[in-house]
Design a protein around this ligand. Structure first.
Ligand code: SF4
Length: 878
């Protein structure tokens, strides 16, 4: 079967992928050796793409009120309800909430529909939760939302400072490029993060600063630079404005206050400042730890200030570098997918820009003021001001802060449309109309990665069921609302060239984004388009000292330190930080489909420092109850010194589809940055206490488990079925009956069970003849069984009573292989195998790889192996 060159749909690295459908079904996935983002590398998520393409639980037909409908009926209804809302309540009574998962073409059409034809800027994107602070910071400093650097800068830098970025897990291929460069040229790495993440495995210095204190850190650095020999006064005077005032403002946080606010030692601060000052080639990478904050925009500008003061921007190996979370967050910015921008990097508050865009669209009207940013948008839904809402390719019932409120608002909203790939998500459950969208491998268009590189995402699978492209859905509704001429495209190529033409219209170098030289591409040339960076022929911007402000000069922005929006208190003593895990993506609708990706971390958890866990009686592997004024979740306890005292961490991925009370954003407060509107997702005061579990359970089952009336549960796929973790507050009287329901056993199944009433243990295994259908293990304490081994027994035949009883032991017979929890997802290598290799003399990651294969494919687990090799920190912690 022919191969297709496309691009990974997960993170903002934007790796090139070669997809080759197999004749007998399935798709082989390989990294594209010619793609400049990854040169053939893929991380564990990208490498497992072929296993996430099943049509199980796909949404394949339009649905109205839960019933199958034709496209024409569904589209007519959407158009009618939007028209009625606008007629009765005005254009600001409707809204679109879209996603960094959709393509440039989808974004362009959505934005044109909303801002040009409905006449409201009420279109926002889940990228608001991800990088809106970077957009706002760029615009304040540069006059444009421009990322100055490129990935090669990481390889050409002598110092890379990572601020609020767990690059090892969240941008793994970029991390591998940095790790390889460090091996080659001895690049120094500083990690600025309250947590000791996997990224710290390559750090020379880890600054475990207090949550939210980044501005104080960089305000401390700026006067240090100003008093040093590296201050570039000629460059500052020729190319910037505001240095002196910004320095004075920064100096209002004297060094002893920087020490106090950040919680870092004087020695650690001096070590960082000296390193920054004495190294010319410095790249500062920042991500959600910077952006997801009520002072996110100031954090961005505090970092940029330090680069402007040294003139280290837009030159090889130098510059501030915001890396985006999603595959097309940058494309959304380019097309105007944010409620605060217009289109093609033009502005809503600029009359000339509005004229250019309206003329290009030939639209009857143009939005003249910013629309509602995500948090405000859902609050407007709750207040009844939004009467019709169209959600596309995102899951706000899980991903928005104060998520229970968001769910309630959507349930009460008069009309909610959801365009989705999956049939069952926490957001599709509140939709009036469901529209089936094409997924990765089926849709076609373009995306922009973190370094401004536009790549083609190409289809290589047939369109399933009645699924349609998102841009087509929008255009069909627009046509039904009377705008047929402006939405008459036949293909994504037509849309792309219209977008490219707009970027070039009346530009003449006045705006950063100019795609004029691809604006006349033929359909064939678009199909064959190779990945390219804008501006063409220049990988870096601002190296010439010219910026996109009216006078061409960059702006220093004073950034007075502000504390977190809310402080901890006696009743809410911990700061909850949220983020990603290595092998999962967003709300797990795709990565949750394959055991290869769920085997690394199979359930939601809370990381807590031992000194915090012990006084509140929180033992490892028990269940924690985490609550705030907004909600409550139950999470497995992970006690670790990697966590800063006073802070706890929980991943964002688990939803009500796969777990009990684990929707972490239901606990998170919706405080936002006053400039960017980005919510503070990484610092919510919470209470943590032990969930009073009377029992813990673990089960494996060939059928999907049926979980009823259990407080804590988390389901994950296994190779031959499913695994489920359980815990309950009340002891069960009839475990046999519970097991039959949970394991979905047929009435004819044999149940072999053992019960120790004194110890509170119960174990059972269900058989269909000799075949194992499932097993349940219950104890009064966290269940100790070999999860990987138990799951691997599903479907096997056990013909003697001794073999059957062996299942109930929950682990292999002595001497047999128990690989333990999976570390290497590519080769299914468990921690026990790696521990064995280390015990046998392997002393390096490479040696462990040679012995077990772990870490020799995508490389995402190498930092974890390094950690196992040496429990002692490799970086000095400040
Ligand atoms: Fe995909 Fe991983 Fe590359 Fe990100 S680093 S684009 S998730 S393969």
């Amino acid at each position: 079967m022919p191969s297709t060159r496309t691009v990974c749909p997960y993170c903002g690295v934007g790796c090139g992928v070669i997809a080759t459908p197999r004749a007998g079904g399935g798709v082989d996935i390989a990294g594209d050796p010619d793609h400049p983002a990854n040169f053939g590398r893929l991380c564990s998520k990208g490498a497992a793409l072929g296993e996430t393409l099943s049509l199980d639980d796909r949404l394949l037909q339009p649905m109205i009120a839960g019933k199958r409908a034709t496209w024409s009926r569904a589209l007519d209804l959407v158009a009618t309800r939007f028209t009625e809302a606008i007629r009765s309540h005005g254009p600001d009574s409707v809204a679109l909430y879209v996603s960094g998962q959709i393509l440039i073409e989808d974004y362009y059409v959505a934005n044109k529909f909303m801002k040009g034809f409905i006449g409201s800027a009420n279109i926002d994107t889940n990228s608001r939760l991800c990088m809106a602070s970077s957009v706002a910071g760029h615009k304040r400093a540069f006059g444009s939302d421009t990322v100055p650097g490129c990935y090669e800068d990481l390889e050409e830098a002598d110092l890379v400072v990572l601020v609020g970025s767990n690059l090892a897990w969240c941008h793994p291929v970029l991390f591998q490029r940095l790790a390889a460069a460090r091996e080659k040229r001895g690049t120094k790495v500083v990690v600025v993060d309250p947590r000791r993440t996997e990224t710290c495995e390559i750090a020379d210095l880890h600054l475990a600063l207090a949550p939210g204190s980044d501005v104080a850190l960089f305000n401390g650095l700026l006067p240090y630079i100003a008093g040093s020999h590296v201050i570039d006064r000629n460059w500052i005077s020729a190319h910037t404005i505001g240095f002196s005032d910004t320095c004075k403002a920064a100096a209002r946080t004297p060094f002893h206050d920087v020490v106090r606010i950040t919680g870092l030692s004087e020695a650690a601060l001096h070590a960082f400042f000296d390193l920054f000052v004495s190294t010319e080639r410095v790249v500062t990478i920042y991500s959600q730890g910077v952006n997801q904050s009520t002072s996110g925009t100031d954090k961005v500008n505090a970092i940029i200030n330090c680069h402007l003061a040294t003139g280290r921007i837009g030159r090889p190996g130098m510059g501030p570098f915001s890396v985006t979370g999603q595959p097309n967050a940058m494309g959304g910015r380019e097309t105007g997918g944010l409620a605060t921008t217009l289109a093609a990097h033009m502005d809503l508050d600029n009359a000339e820009h509005r004229r250019i865009v309206q003329a290009h669209w030939v639209s009857p009207r143009i939005a003249g003021k910013p629309g509602l940013k995500a948090v405000d948008l859902f609050r407007a839904v709750k207040a009844g001001r939004i009467r019709a809402l169209w959600i596309m390719a995102t899951n706000p019932v899980d991903s928005m802060p104060e998520a229970d409120d968001v769910r309630g608002a959507l349930e009460a909203c008069p009309f909610v449309v959801v365009s989705e790939v999956e049939r069952h998500t926490d957001t599709t459950s509140v939709a009036d109309v469901l529209l089936p969208s094409l997924g990765w491998g089926e849709k076609s268009g373009t995306v922009t990665n973190s370094e401004r590189r536009i790549s083609r995402q190409r289809a290589f699978l047939p369109r399933p069921g009645e699924a349609k492209a998102d841009w087509w859905q929008l255009a069909e509704v627009a046509r039904r609302m009377g705008f047929a001429d402006a939405f008459a495209w036949k293909s994504p190529h037509d849309v792309f060239v219209e977008h490219a033409r707009l970027t070039a219209t009346d530009n003449d170098g006045k705006r950063d984004l100019d795609l004029g030289d691809v604006a006349t591409l033929s359909r064939g040339a678009y199909d064959a388009m190779q990945p390219f960076q804008w501006p063409r022929r220049r990988a870096r911007i601002f190296g010439d000292g010219r910026f996109f402000t009216p006078d061409g000069k960059a702006r220093f922005v004073p950034t007075p330190f502000r504390p977190l929006a809310t402080s901890t208190s006696a009743s809410l003593p911990f700061v909850l930080n949220t983020g990603r895990v290595r092998d999962q993506w967003h709300t797990m609708t795709r990565t949750g489909k394959t055991p290869r990706l769920t085997s690394h971390i199979a359930e939601p958890y809370l990381e807590i420092h031992p000194d915090d866990a012990q006084p509140i009686g929180l033992a490892p592997a028990t269940i924690a109850q985490v609550s705030s004024p907004h909600g409550m979740v139950l999470l497995r306890v992970l006690v670790t010194k990697r966590q800063r005292r006073g802070s706890v961490f929980a991943p964002i991925h688990w939803t009500a589809q796969v777990a009990g009370r684990a929707r972490v954003d239901s606990v998170v407060a919706g405080h936002v940055d006053p400039v960017s509107g980005q919510p503070e997702l990484k610092a919510t005061p919470v209470a943590v206490k032990q969930f009073p579990a009377a029992w813990y359970g673990f089960a494996v089952s060939q059928s999907k488990p049926v979980v009823r009336e259990v407080e804590y549960w988390a389901v994950a796929p296994a190779t031959n079925g499913w695994c489920v973790e359980l815990a309950g507050a009340e002891l069960n009287g009839d475990w046999d009956a519970t097991a039959r329901t949970l394991l979905n056993l047929p009435a004819t199944a044999d149940l072999l069970s053992l019960r120790d009433r004194t110890a509170g243990h119960f174990r059972c295994a269900g058989f269909d003849g000799e075949r194992l259908l499932g097993a349940l293990f219950v104890a009064q304490h966290p269940v100790e069984v070999s999860r990987a081994w138990a799951a691997a027994q599903l479907g096997h035949h056990f013909d003697g009573v001794h073999e059957r009883l062996a299942i109930l032991s929950g682990r292999p017979a002595s001497g047999a292989n128990d690989k333990g929890a999976i570390v290497c997802a590519c080769f299914d290598v468990g921690c026990n195998q790696i521990i064995g290799a280390i015990a046998n003399g392997c002393s390096t990651v490479a040696a462990v790889g040679t012995a077990t294969s772990a870490g020799t494919s995508c490389g995402s687990c190498r930092t974890q192996i390094a950690r196992m090799l040496d429990a002692k920190p490799t970086a000095k912690t400040g």
